[in-house]
Every structure is written in structure tokens, then in C-alpha cells.
Design a protein around this ligand. Structure first.
Ligand code: AVI
Length: 352
């Protein structure tokens, strides 16, 4: 069986090339507001993304942005990661949502515009739309392909909800005011999956401030964040016994080969995932197994034996440290729900 597309992951790098149409109409069920539309905004062009990818490889240490993980193979591997015994975040967050959905929904405005950041296939949104009586669903994703999948799924299931897709790169400042103003309903920004952890705290603060600026007095943020916990639990989640996360990490070298005309050999690199307690983050690296020279387009990059390429940071927060970040970003009246082990936290935050 083909796995469902993963949700709340950055878009496949290959999707970035095709997303610059000003407005794509989407075939949908007839609805009072017309067929769902996809608005395209602030999607960085492919050439500048690839230039940044190439420049990162020549830095010391070399870096590859985690957004390049998600080609078709990377998406399939990420779906498999979410099912792994060791990878607790997906199922822990889902259990918190299932257990406390009623209580969480009561903290959210009724009749809201539900803004799903990094919506992917939209599946994490659907269980919320009825409990909050959502009138409008806004899927935000860098990939119009994901938006089409989620709009298709949503319009079929919720004929009374207006569906809009916004293709934008929200590592850039969010600009959703215009599309939000088309409805007087308050906004609920939904950002599950601890995707906020893939930003540095400074970048996360910028994103959270930008979300805050989009909320009127009645708007809310509903966000999931992975907790700090014992090193062995964290490291196993990012270095599983079956080697799925290793394959996910190594696959990015194939993406680089394809996108930059490089000749990385994944067999000559090793996956490494370590918890850095000072920075409060898991670091994923690809470590050169030997001294080697790799061709990148017309250039060459030498790697020493043991030299690491940084591919991902995944920051972990305590309920306290994430509350502090939310307050810095201009939120107050925080409420949070955790699982019994306090491994994962779900926050509802209102503008201060
Ligand atoms: C998408 N993101 C929240 C995942 C995480 O846990 O940081 C990506 C991931 N990397 C390795 N495993 C999962």
C-alpha cells in the first residue's frame, strides 16, 4: 500500500521549481464562495535556493538545509519515521490531541479561520474543524502539490467550510493579512508536529512574532513542541535500530547530486544524531567515512576523514522554556497540555 503523504513537513525540493503561478484555480465542489483557490506568495525562486544549497556545502562546517530532505523518497522515509517505535513525537502529540481535544477546543474561538502552517496533506487539521466550528480553512505550504491534495481531501469532507491554499515559504516573513481579511472570523494558527524545533530559537521567535502580528484580539495559536528528555530517548528517536532515519539523512546527498550535479556517494558518509545539551537540540550530521573529494558542479570539495556536514537541528523545549519564548513573541494567557511523561507539549497562546 502506498503510504499517505506526510504532513507538516517542508515541501519536496523538486516542488519548488513549479510554484510561481500567480493564482491557480482548483477544481472543487461547487460552494457559495466558488472553487477553492491557491494563492502563491513569497516562494523563493529555485535558482536562489540552489545557490544557497551550494554555498552551504563550501562552508566549514558544511551545511545542507533540512528543507532538501523532502523529495519523494525523503517524504516516504519521513512517513516511515513517524511510524517508528523510537520516534515518539508523532504519536505522543496525537494522543494529547485525542485526550484533550474538547478542553483545547474550548480555549479556541468558535467559527474560526483555521490556518494550518505547513499543512501537507491536511490530515492533522480535519479532527479539529467540527469541534471549533471552523468556517474557513487556510492551508499554508510551500508546495502547491500538497495544497491541491489537502484542498481535495478537505472540500470532500467539509462541504460547509471554505477552503483556501496559500503557497508560501514561511521561513520568510508571513504575509497572510490580505487573505485573512477576506473573512471577519478570528484566526487560529495551527502549527503541530514540533516543526518549530527545526528553527533556531532566534528564527522561531521571528516566526512566532509574525504569527502574533496576524492575530486580532480573538485569534489564537495552537502549537505542538517536543520536550527535553533523557539523552538516550532523544538519540534513539533520531538514530533508530532499523536505520530509517539514517536512510532519510543520507538521501539528502542524492537530492544534492540531482540538484547540483554533484557526485556524493552516500556509502562514504555515516549518519550521526547527537543531543547537544547546551544548545538543547538534536544535531543530525553526515560524517565522511574517509578523506575524499566530491565534485559539486564544476567545483570540488574536499572532506577530511571524520568531517561532518550539518543537516538538521531539532530543538527541544521544556514547558517553561517554550512559555518564555511565546511570551517574548508577544503571547500571554498560555495554556498547555502534556502527556503523562511530559515528553511533548501542546500550547494554546493568546495575544498578550
Ligand atoms: C519535521 N521535524 C519536526 C522532524 C524532527 O523531529 O525534527 C524531522 C525529523 N528529522 C529526523 N527525524 C525526524
Amino acid at each position: 500500500m502506498k503510504p499517505p503523504p506526510p504532513h507538516h513537513v517542508p515541501a519536496p525540493a523538486s516542488a519548488l521549481a513549479h510554484s510561481l503561478d500567480p493564482e491557480l484555480n482548483f477544481r472543487g465542489e461547487p460552494a457559495p464562495w466558488g472553487p477553492p483557490s491557491i494563492v502563491v506568495d513569497a516562494v523563493e525562486d529555485r535558482a536562489s535556493q540552489l545557490a544557497a544549497l551550494r554555498a552551504g556545502l563550501f562552508e566549514h562546517p558544511a551545511q545542507i538545509s533540512p528543507k532538501f530532505f523532502y523529495d519523494a523518497q525523503g517524504c516516504a522515509l519521513y512517513s516511515a519515521i513517524c511510524e517508528l517505535q523510537e520516534y515518539y513525537p508523532t504519536r505522543t502529540e496525537a494522543a494529547i490531541f485525542d485526550r484533550y481535544r474538547g478542553a483545547i477546543a474550548r480555549r479556541l474561538p468558535r467559527g474560526a479561520q483555521w490556518v494550518d502552517l505547513g499543512c501537507g496533506d491536511g490530515a492533522k487539521s480535519w479532527p479539529w474543524l467540527e469541534p471549533v466550528g471552523a468556517r474557513r480553512w487556510l492551508g499554508v505550504d510551500i508546495s502547491p502539490q500538497w495544497l491541491r491534495i489537502s484542498l481535495d481531501a478537505g472540500t470532500g469532507r467539509f462541504p460547509d467550510v471554505e477552503f483556501v491554499g496559500v503557497a508560501t515559504d514561511f521561513t520568510k516573513p508571513l504575509r497572510l493579512q490580505r487573505v485573512l481579511r477576506r473573512s471577519p472570523a478570528p484566526a487560529v494558527f495551527f502549527y503541530p508536529g514540533s516543526s518549530i524545533g527545526n528553527f533556531t530559537p532566534a528564527e522561531a521567535l521571528v516566526l512566532l512574532r509574525s504569527v502574533r502580528e496576524h492575530l486580532g484580539a480573538d485569534g489564537r495559536l495552537l502549537i505542538g513542541v517536543d520536550g527535553v528528555k533523557e539523552r538516550h530517548v532523544l538519540e534513539a528517536a533520531y538514530d533508530d535500530a532499523l536505520g530509517v532515519t539514517a536512510a532519510f539523512n543520507l538521501n539528502v546527498l542524492r537530492v544534492v547530486n540531482r540538484e547540483l550535479g554533484a557526485d556524493f556517494d552516500p556509502r562514504r558518509f555515516a549518519h550521526r544524531a547527537v543531543f547537544n545539551p547546551h544548545a538543547g537540540r538534536i544535531e543530525m550530521h553526515l560524517v565522511s567515512r574517509e578523506a575524499q573529494t566530491v565534485r559539486i558542479g564544476h567545483d570540488e570539495r574536499h572532506f577530511d576523514d571524520g568531517e561532518a556536514v550539518v543537516t538538521e537541528y531539532s530543538y527541544k523545549y521544556t514547558a517553561q522554556s517554550f512559555s518564555a519564548l511565546l511570551r517574548d513573541a508577544g503571547f500571554g494567557a498560555l495554556q498547555h497540555w502534556s502527556d503523562d511523561r511530559e515528553w511533548f507539549h501542546v500550547f494554546v497562546a493568546a495575544p498578550a
